[in-house]
Design a protein around this ligand. Sequence first.
Ligand SMILES: [Zn+2]
Length: 843
Amino acid sequence: MRNFWVSVLTLATVVSNTYAQRPNKPSSTEIHHSLQKLNFLGTALYIAAHPDDENTRLISYLSNHDKARTAYLSITRGDGGQNLIGSELRELLGVLRTQELLAARRIDGGEQWFTRANDFGYSKHPNETLKIWDKEKVLGDVVWAIRNLKPDVIINRFDHRTPGSTHGHHTSSAMLSMEAFDMANNQSAYPEQLQLTSTWQPKRVFFNTSWWFYGSQENFEKADKSNMLKMDIGVFYPELGLSNNEIASMASSQHLCQGFGRVTTRGSQDEYVELLKGDLPASNNLFDGINTTWSRVEGGKAIGDILYKVEEDFDFTNPSTHVPELVKAYQLLQNIEDAHWKALKSEELKSLILACSGLYLEISAESASTTLGSTSKLNVEALNRSTQNVTLKEIKLMGSETNMLPKKVLSENKKENFSIEFPVPETAIISGPYWLKEQGSLGMYTVKSQKMIGKAETPSAFNAQFTLDFDGVQINFEKPVVYRHSKPDRGELYEPFVVLPEATSKIEEKVLIFSDSKTKDVLVSVKAGKDSVSGEIALQHPLGWTVSPKSKSFSITQKGQEQSVTFKVTPPDTDSEGKISPIITIANKSYDKELVEIGYQHIPKQSILLPSEAKVVRMNIQKSGEHIGYIVGAGDKVPESLKQIGYQVHIIDPNDIQKGSLDKYDAVVVGIRAYNVVEDLKFKQPILFDYVERGGNMIVQYNTAGRWSKQFENIAPYNLTLSRDRVTDETAAVNIIANDHSLVNFPNTIKESDFNGWVQERGLYFPKEWSSEFTPILSMGDEGEDPKDGSLLVAPHGEGHYIYTGLSFFRELPAGVSGAYKLFANMLSVGKSEVKTESDVKG
Ligand SMILES: [Zn+2]
């Protein structure tokens, strides 16, 4: 809990969100708002599956209207989705989305929690979801969150009673919540957790329903609401200058990588929750009948007597007059037995004491990163902007021997500055997301320390403890060591201060395809984590492959600089795949990580260390034709993949498509979702079909269907109706149903074994109906469903061929799946004669 970004939350400010990294400087109305939250002793826990599932309107309402401690438990970090703002995918996307959730919570006043479940991609049913996640572990993590947060009320985003009606992760999140509600108070459930926390029984669990779950507004109006509570979540907060739904829109708009930037909404708006378990409240307040005052804690009444009075008599022009009362309340709080409320309310009180006295405490490093055993210069700034008597007694770097005893009286508005030479201990922990430090599985991250489970992010690398004396009462304040700097075009910036290895390496191309036995040059870059780094670098490789030279030396003078080295990699003659990984050796220590940095304006900079490696695949692949025209859709890496196996890929600007302009291509490939995103493409269809008629080969990859499908009346030269059919199990059996078709015979023979090793899914948005000109080539289906024949359809048209495929080539090719390459090469070769002509090859 004691990490920077969470401790910032204790004083909610909705105005400072643009600079996520900047320390919070609340105004007096914001301080008063936090004081009201301090005086509310109730907790709500919202549970759903992904970043963006959460209803920020309700989270903000519970946090800012009810003043409750409000947490969002997202079962996953959203690793399996798509990214609209950058190239981060899978685990890196999970890191980005984690930070977007934290950014949202900084605005709506909530807290962020997670389980160890990995968002492995789309899932149709909770049965599948809970098989791929380790259900016992994820359930344990939900129980752990309940036992730690001790919520009075739990709100599920999804309905646990309707499996199969939405993403399997969604229903699973609600099912797990219901089970955990009944388990958290049971001593014999997950007993190992009770070493670190205690059992807890929440009072009520609700389902955050809406008309959407009823199919229409009309159905919802008619629904029985006797078991529901209704709240106006459009309420206006004069202290914050914002209405609840404005705050909610701002919070949702942090989900930028999912394209959730949106306009704010205002005005009265009803929100419903349906009671699932527990007693029905007498009013529309979720906490009705639950004691949420200081008297719920033994010994709390005396503290409440002080703090309610401060809230009532609050001096908005000079909050510092309340510091002595807050300090008194803090002292009383230290004597209570209840460890849960003591820890929680102590942190809130300390934040308020700092805020009321205008105390500025900061410890910042002179650079963004350091290495084990190095010395970093840290600057301390301490400033008391009130007339209260405050003395700075001591500053201690936690987890190290470094401390200093300045014993300075902090006089009003007189800045104190110190510098500390900080020797970074050899035993310090290298920075990076804690859940990525160990090898996980498809459905689960591995986290060894129980204490870390649930945390949104890794706590700051180093914290300083400031001991302050307020008229004889000593209080310790923790501050993370940060990196503060400025950019001329952006102003003052804050970044986390991180510990990195002395050197990291990177292979730019993550998958290298060898379609023949020729040697390829592989470029490896080395990046220095400190000044004056020199050593050796070697490339580990699979058996049967050769790499030369065995190793190379490098020498880099400046921290952050890179040096590139080239290795010659030769594959074996036969099919083979494996990994190549650079190993750096510096003074007998080896380093095998790649440093990935994620930087966007709406989140703090992230430094992630991943295994430095690339996949190498040797596949014997036959091709016919050489020049491929590619029309880019929503963005995929298929062109790069085709280049790797020797095709010349030419990107076609849709505006340049004219009659005859495509004739030079052996095939024209349309990128994923092109008809969804390239507005003008539908007007070019007659020219594309004309190209096909005169002997061309056109391949269209998946487009999404649904309410927009009308747009696609002319997606193919014949009738073709897209659907939402998909096969999400990447291991689902595939039957070749058109055995004699050239698509599975020329120039490569496709066997069922070519569908082994596929990743994430088979395909999506398969056509459901097609006219008789089309030949379906493959048949496949998820477990328990009828097989679907629409994944790969081919039709002759004039002298040429048209192919539509929902197979996920955009995932399989960049992952180096050899069967997918062979099938793609065959699609590109349809209509070519058996004899591969030299003129084709030479273009
Ligand atoms: Zn979702």
